[in-house]
Design a protein around this ligand. Structure first.
Ligand SMILES: CC(C)(COP(=O)(O)OP(=O)(O)OC[C@H]1O[C@@H](n2cnc3c(N)ncnc32)[C@H](O)[C@@H]1OP(=O)(O)O)[C@@H](O)C(=O)NCCC(=O)NCCS
Length: 381
């Protein structure tokens, strides 16, 4: 529906509402967003992917919600979509000031914020974000929301999402002797369940410790790195590679694990494609999550060796699967130290425009009192 059939209300008009998109409205929105977010796919494949992504873990059973800003009182499918976005429900754990208790709630991941060209610059995305920020508080148990801005640090901060660390270490794809050995195994779907269970358990312990020890009234939050969280990325990846590489091709290697149980180091990864096969730019092997099983006890040399071995496998995979780069988001001090010493060329990138990790906290604390634990790629959507 074009803007000719009605007059456009100002962005502060009480006639504007944030509401749920119908199925035809979702398709209308996806058709518009295809050139921006699906250039590696045909329109048909992109529409299929978006529809498929409503059925996968995390998203199914009402996990994903498609929102639109429109004019109240007009019939669905005939009203203008003045701005749109989606939210994905994730589980989050958090600990409050000096409490020895890990609480659980919902984190909404916001994505695909979009205004059609003819409606831009009128304040509609701003109005939608203002409404959404309020709406998500408590919605489905929401205690926070996160988003990853591709338009710099200002826009979402103005609407209440605090800016968090947004850096990554980058490695180049490279062929090397990075195969499986007695000490390192590649991770496929079947290894993930156990690893995610261990990761979640460790994360809960880490938060409990942070809550108990803290002296600064901070709240510590972490999106749970559970299996469903990873599967959302991996099923999206499989859809993309089948379409881009053809013949139903799916990468089997979803990460690598080094060392013996109790002292393992592992990384889980996914491949994202914006360039397709013609243009490598935008094709990235993203390390979703890095886990050090015995964070306190691990020997520094062993950690370095583990990370080096894992990164080599990732570099090989990136080469094979046409990624331009390998990215590891926000490695902590210990991990950075290992990366610096391991002898693989890398670059540290402090992003200021793309994928700016942003968070709105619905508790009483101010955003500068929120400590986002494990601010890594797995939390992205
Ligand atoms: C970004 C977008 C959603 C803004 O929609 P809109 O309805 O025009 O937004 P508003 O009129 O409420 O606000 C426009 C603001 O966004 C800023 N903006 C728009 N595009 C921008 C960009 N690429 N980089 C930085 N800021 C941008 C404008 O400068 C303006 O800032 P102001 O509030 O200080 O004046 C729209 O331009 C769009 O759909 N772009 C393509 C998709 C996209 O990039 N989405 C964001 C993903 S994080």
């Amino acid at each position: 529906m074009g803007s000719n059939n009605f007059s456009l209300p100002p962005s502060d008009s009480p006639s504007l509402i944030l509401t749920l998109a119908t199925e035809p409205e979702r398709i209308q929105t996806w058709t518009l967003t295809h050139p921006m977010w699906g250039p590696a796919l045909t329109l048909d494949s992109y529409l299929q992917r978006e529809s498929y992504l409503t059925t996968v873990p995390l998203a199914k059973d009402g996990g994903i919600t498609h929102w639109i800003l429109t004019i109240d009182g007009l019939p669905p499918n005939e009203r203008p979509i003045l701005s749109s976005c989606e939210t994905l429900r994730k589980k989050v754990i958090y600990t409050e000031d000096r409490k020895d208790e890990v609480k659980e709630g919902v984190a909404h991941g916001i994505g695909s914020v979009f205004t059609a060209k003819e409606f831009r610059g009128r304040g509609y995305a701003s109005r939608m974000m203002t409404e959404l920020g309020k709406k998500l508080k408590g919605w489905q148990g929401g205690v926070l929301s996160v988003l990853y801005s591709d338009i710099g640090k200002g826009f979402y901060a103005k609407h209440g999402w605090g800016v968090f660390e947004s850096g990554h270490v980058e490695f180049k794809p490279e062929k090397s002797e990075g195969g499986e050995t007695q000490k390192v195994k590649k991770i496929g779907y079947h290894e993930l369940a156990e690893l995610c269970c261990v990761d979640e358990k460790l994360m809960r312990e880490r938060l409990r410790k942070l809550g108990r020890e803290q002296k600064d009234k901070r709240v510590h939050v972490a999106i749970i790195p559970e299996l469903d969280q990873m599967l959302w990325h991996l099923m999206r990846e499989d859809f993309m590679t089948k379409s881009i590489f053809g013949e139903g091709r799916i990468p089997q290697v979803k990460g690598a694990v080094y060392g013996e149980k109790g002292k393992r180091v592992w990384a889980v990864w996914t491949r994202g494609y914006y360039g397709g096969l013609e243009k490598m730019e935008g094709n990235t092997l993203h390390i979703l999550r890095v886990v050090i099983e015995d964070e306190q006890g691990i020997d520094e040399t062993e950690l370095m060796e583990g990370i080096r071995t894992i990164v080599r496998i990732a570099q090989n995979e990136a080469l094979e699967w046409r990624s331009e780069t390998v990215q590891m988001w926000n490695p902590d001090k210990k991990l950075k130290g290992a990366i610096e010493r391991m002898g693989i060329e890398y670059e540290y990138v402090d992003r200021d425009k793309d994928s700016i990790a942003s968070l709105m906290w619905y508790g009483e604390e101010g955003i500068d009192q929120v400590d986002w634990v494990a601010n890594e790629k797995y939390a992205w959507c």
